[in-house]
Ligand binder design. Structure first.
Ligand SMILES: [Zn+2]
Length: 473
């Protein structure tokens, strides 16, 4: 810039131009997110039998392999070939217009605390599809390809933002899971009968599975890893054509951070989400797992990754995020022997706990847990986990459930409602109802409206494809 009458005027012009650019960007982003809504909302009536776990098919996995990764399932999108082309249009670094404020714990100054004794909702999703053109097939004639694990297990950025808004509109407020339970004088964990909570708000635990950014998913629509940008958690992705995307608009963590900045009354005592980690392929996009033969890494490589992830973990903790174990190998617990569970849990303890710190929360991969044979005795693999100090176990189920289970060795078992593609095409009007009153637990969450056309298949066609895929008439 030159030619101004004085330095001061030049600076003013520069500031005005920058502000104009920022406003324009915000308008464009708002427009894009509005345009993503389907144009023809209507109503779908589907009959089903509620009250069961909503997991999709369990891969057969004995959990006996000594090293991860599992061959049949690392959470979402591990075994399906989908669209693989590189992005059609050049990708630029996402706008960092909202990255100026410093992350702070929001004081709940204006909210009056009262005794809360209702249920504590727990929902979960997976990492977001940030680049839909890499995640969803364009040919929708093959139902198996359309119903790939990204479609079933994941949601897009646009969908996630609308879900946050819906939860907020329904009066939910994020709470740390460790706040809602206690251990009684006999050493038995149980949900608190009541606790202090802001008047008029409903507590919500939100967990995010597989926040590991597995190597076998690189280039298929999710981010590569978390990074720190301008003192905040951001994301980093390198596309096949060499384009690097860094920003705050590609993954749930920075998006939720920003949402809480804008809506401080969505977070109780600064709580954000629970990040559920495995260990076999590292965590948060860093390959922190031990070096094994033939994986092409050295111990020095590993130590570099460990040092790189430490400040990210610290910043996450400082900004309200907390961690749960999602096992080490992401196997199916129902198939585990006691010995294989010992191996799995020990590896998690040795490789992941030193990085994230202690956690009492365990999230079963695929929501799979082992039932006792006699309804009384705690199964061996469960006992291994109990003896390692885990107290609160989370499975999957769209109907609310949380209870201390003596047949599982006196632990709390809670179902989490999945918010994902399955929910989108199958749960509207069916699940998520209060058992006693029949009222919707998430009345503002209209999946037909939230559904993102970037999935490449219309909502109605997706419902039909899902029914065909599942063999439902
Ligand atoms: Zn998982």
């Amino acid at each position: 810039m030159s030619g101004g009458k004085s330095k001061g005027n030049g600076l003013k012009v520069m500031i005005i131009v920058m502000l104009a650019v920022i406003v324009a960007l915000i308008v464009i982003i708002a427009k894009i997110s509005t345009d993503n809504k389907p144009s023809d909302p209507g109503k779908v009536v589907i009959n089903t039998e509620p009250g069961h776990s909503v997991m999709t098919a369990l891969p057969q996995d004995t959990g006996d392999s000594t090293d991860g990764p599992e061959t049949t399932g690392n959470g979402p999108s591990d075994n399906v070939e989908t669209a693989t082309q590189i992005p059609a249009t050049a990708v630029v670094t996402t706008p960092v217009v909202t990255a100026t404020a410093t992350p702070t714990k929001q004081p709940d100054t204006e909210l009056k605390l009262v005794d809360y004794s209702g249920i504590v909702e727990h929902v979960f999703t997976h990492s977001l599809v940030a680049f839909p053109e890499l995640a969803y097939p364009t040919d929708i004639s093959d139902v198996d390809k359309v119903m790939n694990t990204y479609f079933i297990d994941c949601i897009t950025v646009s969908e996630f933002k609308q879900i946050l808004q819906a939860l907020y509109d329904d009066g939910y407020m994020l709470v740390n899971i460790n706040y809602v339970y206690e251990v009684d004088s006999n050493g038995v964990p149980r949900l608190k009968k009541s606790f202090k909570f802001p008047e008029g708000k409903k507590p919500l635990v939100f967990s995010f599975d597989d926040t590991c950014y597995y190597s076998n998913k690189m280039g298929r629509g999710m981010i590569d890893k978390l990074v720190i940008i301008d003192g905040k958690i951001g994301t980093y992705t390198k596309h096949k054509d060499g384009t690097v995307v860094q920003g705050f608009d590609e993954e749930h963590i920075p998006i939720l951070d920003r949402f809480v900045e804008e809506h401080p009354d969505f977070s109780f005592n600064g709580a954000k989400g629970m990040l559920c980690l495995t260990g076999y392929d590292g965590i948060l996009g860093y390959r922190t797992q031990r070096v094994s033969e033939g994986d092409g890494r050295t111990e020095a490589d590993r130590q570099r990754e460990i040092e790189a992830v430490k400040p990210i973990i610290q910043l996450l903790k400082d900004t309200g995020w907390y961690f749960a174990s999602h096992s080490y190998k992401h196997g199916v617990m129902e198939n585990y022997s006691t010995a294989s569970m010992e191996d799995c849990a020990t590896k998690f303890r040795n490789e992941v706990i030193p990085l994230i710190g202690e956690t009492k929360i365990y999230v079963y991969p695929y929501g799979s847990w082992k039932r006792s044979s006699d309804g009384v005795t705690c199964p061996g693999p469960q006992r291994v986990l109990n003896e390692m100090g885990f107290e609160y176990f989370c499975s999957v189920g769209a109907n609310w459930y949380a209870k201390t289970r003596s047949d599982l060795g006196n632990i709390i078992l809670q179902d989490r409602a999945n918010i994902d593609g399955t929910a989108f095409v199958w749960f509207q009007d069916i699940f998520y109802k209060h058992e006693e009153t029949g009222e919707s637990r998430f009345p503002s969450m209209n999946f037909r409206e939230i559904y993102d056309d970037a999935r490449n298949i219309s909502y109605d066609d997706a419902v039909a494809a899902y029914k065909k895929w599942k063999g439902i008439e």
